[in-house]
Design a protein around this ligand. Structure first.
Ligand code: FAD
Length: 302
């Protein structure tokens, strides 16, 4: 993981000092505070701060003065009701601030989620570290033949070795040139903001990313999904574990009504109803396109 001994010491110091507060705290996420959770070869996710807990969601839904509802069962039931019926604003009352270290090509996908607050490490001001994402051999895969936006079988043998070698060699050469261009030894030294354009998209960047729980669930729904690229999915999966500990009722409802759920079109729903009545449907009689029919079939087969 890309943390220096100094950075690890800073984290340990932060974790060694508890502060009393009147605010609601969530014990599940307190255990994660500041700790870096490794992702990919040099990346990590760590919780820097958070606001709210399951009770805060209920409190907002009820606009109450106290902790939420009267009992734990009521809290869970209310949260599940809110999630089921898309009553989303109470979830916006919880927030989380993460420090993420991630390859630039993953950051490009991540930044598309506009409903968050971001502050990225400045490569105009600072020199980027010599850290590149090089996929583990089992993730060096061929272009998928069925999905233009995905990967297929793992590359094997000489081809896999050659690809990995090219990735490593190109990253090393680009970084060597970056260092050589910004160096001020015996030359003026190119500005960092210009030299960085030579760096490949697998170099690591870092940012602070703050988002409310509603929009975090939206992010996780899209990026923890099997259709998301592996390299962003592993970050989303790591965040899922943190959120499950932070707001267990809300996360349980999210798993039930979003992550593990499926949306059916009106025609697809009609197909299911016809099937339940015993009708033998084919794609031609379903009213669905070939692709929709395949997708419905996949949903029903699980
Ligand atoms: C599997 C996958 C493949 C993808 N492929 C591509 C691709 O090929 N090319 C590409 O460009 N992108 C691609 N994307 C990115 C995708 O199109 C979205 O940009 C990204 O998922 C962020 O979603 P969002 O806009 O809903 O999120 P957010 O920006 O977090 O927004 C959340 C919600 O807020 C609302 N919102 C936010 N901003 C506005 C606004 N300005 N106006 C109106 N409503 C707003 C919308 O309801 C939105 O759904 C892909 C995403 C996934 C998951």
């Amino acid at each position: 993981m890309g943390l220096s001994p100094d950075q690890l010491a800073e984290i340990a110091e932060l974790r060694s000092e508890a502060r009393p507060t009147l605010r609601a705290t969530a014990p599940g996420i307190e255990a994660h505070l500041y700790e870096a959770r490794p992702v990919l070869d040099h990346g990590f996710v760590r919780v820097v701060d958070y606001m709210g807990d399951d009770a805060a969601i209920c409190q907002a839904a009820r606009v109450s003065y106290g902790r939420g509802t009267k009992s734990v069962q009521n809290d869970e039931g209310l949260i599940r009701y809110l999630m089921r019926h898309w009553h989303s604003t109470p979830f916006e009352m919880c927030e989380i601030k993460l420090h993420v270290k991630l390859p630039v090509f993953v950051a490009r996908q991540w930044i598309r989620h506009r409903t968050a607050n971001v502050n990225e490490y400045s490569a105009r001001y600072s020199i980027l570290d010599r850290e590149f994402y090089i996929p583990a051999p089992e993730h060096v895969a061929a272009q998928s033949e069925v999905n233009n936006q995905g990967r297929g079988a793992t590359l094997e043998g000489e081809e896999a070795a050659r690809v990995l070698e090219m990735l490593k060699a190109d990253s090393t050469r680009a970084y060597d040139n970056y260092q050589s261009m910004i160096s001020t030894e015996g030359q003026q030294g190119l500005a960092r903001e210009l030299a960085r354009m030579n760096l490949p998209a697998n170099i690591y960047t870092q940012w602070y990313w703050k988002v409310d729980l509603h929009n975090l669930f939206h992010f996780l729904r899209l990026r923890a999904d099997a259709h998301a690229q592996y390299e962003i999915r592993v970050y989303a999966e790591e965040i899922c574990k943190v959120v499950a500990d932070w707001v267990p009722f809300a996360y349980g409802a999210f798993e039930e009504y979003r992550l593990g759920a499926q949306t059916l079109s009106a025609t697809a729903l009609d197909c299911v109803r016809r099937m339940l009545k015993g009708e033998e449907l084919t794609q031609e009689t379903s009213g669905l396109t070939k692709r929709e029919w395949r997708e419905l079939d996949a949903v029903l087969k699980g």
